[in-house]
Design a binder for this molecule. Structure first.
Ligand code: ADP
Ligand code: MG
Length: 331
């Protein structure tokens, strides 16, 4: 980086982001000062993107900026919160070009402007490319959506379609031969996920539990099941699949991606039967799909229309830690 740290901050991460009246002091002091409105609780989430782990090394810097915020806004959506402020810890290699910073900052700003999220501070360091964003959102007291709370008999629902980002990743990593339009569609689902903020906020008071799908449907739904201490069935034929997935893959391959691939950032949530009308009024039909049912029997079962069990090959992404439990330093 030929620019000095403070020039980088001044040029790319201060003035041009949305201004909010509830920010008393943003970038430029030792800490930011914000005002939380009466009657609101703060929802706080943080997510890190590591180059080569959370996005392919060749990802366009604009998309990296966009995605770094999108994954955090998705956590806000899953809580039913409205995002307000963010901080950014940016670590990039010392030879990072100014164009990279300009593009990264513009992708980040594009999404920040959509939802009026203020960039109120951060940290800028050199090292392997890593982006951490922490977002704070606002939510009326006692109205947050949680992973716990799902009850037997509740329907299980998801927004949007599943598996597209997984096909996008396969398209990049395995250089699949997809038609140009299809490739653009799935790679854009991977690089620019849509945080389901409108849906999350509309689900307050209707959903009994919610989570965003970052690691894969099965992996993330299992978090709801564990937190709620119940089980569930997913009906394969009801999984919402995009036209691209249906046209480019066998049904079984599409199900594998819909169940096991991450990065879709759709919401998965549960709703009791008596709230189904409220649900369709709140979200509007067409933006969500019922995919299963919460049951008393623990565990998660993926079944087809003839009642046969289907075992997904992947249960979703997990970071591995290679520590040796026998090493005395690890105890
Ligand atoms: P300190 O020395 O107190 O840790 P810094 O010198 O790291 O502060 O940062 C100076 C100011 O710039 C602080 O207000 C900090 O929040 C802000 N800042 C640093 N890096 C970023 C960034 N990448 N994006 C936004 N604000 C940043
Ligand atoms: Mg300081």
């Amino acid at each position: 980086m030929s620019l000095h740290e403070f020039e980088v901050i001044a040029r790319y991460f201060s003035q041009t982001f949305p201004h909010r009246a509830d920010v008393i002091f943003g970038v430029g002091d030792d800490a930011a000062l914000c005002v939380a409105p009466n009657g609101m609780q703060l929802a706080i989430a943080i997510d890190t993107l590591v180059a080569g782990v959370h996005f392919p090394l060749k990802t366009a810097p604009k998309d990296i900026g966009y995605k770094a915020l999108a994954v955090n806004l998705s956590d806000m959506a899953a809580m039913g919160a409205t995002p307000a402020w963010m901080t950014l810890a940016l670590t990039c290699p010392p030879d990072t070009h100014e164009n990279w910073l300009a593009d990264f900052s513009s992708g980040l700003r594009e999404l920040a402007e959509c939802y009026q999220v203020s960039l109120i501070g951060g940290d800028t360091t050199t090292g392997p490319l890593t982006i951490t964003i922490q977002v704070t959102g606002l939510i009326p007291e006692q109205m947050a959506l949680h992973r716990h709370g799902a009850q037997p008999g509740d329907g299980i629902y998801v927004t949007g379609t599943l598996g597209d980002a997984g096909l996008g990743l396969a398209s990049i990593q395995q250089q699949l031969r997809l038609p140009v339009l299809a490739r653009h569609q799935v790679e854009s689902r991977l690089n620019r996920p849509t945080p389901r903020l409108r849906e999350g906020q509309a689900l307050r008071g209707i959903a009994t539990s919610a989570i965003d799908i970052s690691d894969g449907l099965v992996a993330d739904l299992e978090h709801i099941l564990t937190a709620s201490q119940i089980g569930a069935s997913i009906y394969l034929e009801q999984l919402p699949l995009s036209t691209v997935l249906r046209e480019q893959l066998s049904l079984e391959a599409a199900w594998q991606l819909a169940l096991g691939a991450g990065d879709d950032y759709e919401l998965c949530f549960t709703v009791p039967q008596h709230q189904e009308t409220a649900l369709s009024t709140a979200l509007g039909t067409g933006s969500y799909t019922r995919i299963g049912m919460i049951e008393t029997l623990s565990g998660l079962r993926c079944v087809n229309a003839s009642g046969q069990l289907f075992i997904p090959k992947s249960k979703g992404y997990q970071h591995g830690f290679n520590f040796n439990p026998d090493d005395p330093d690890n105890r």
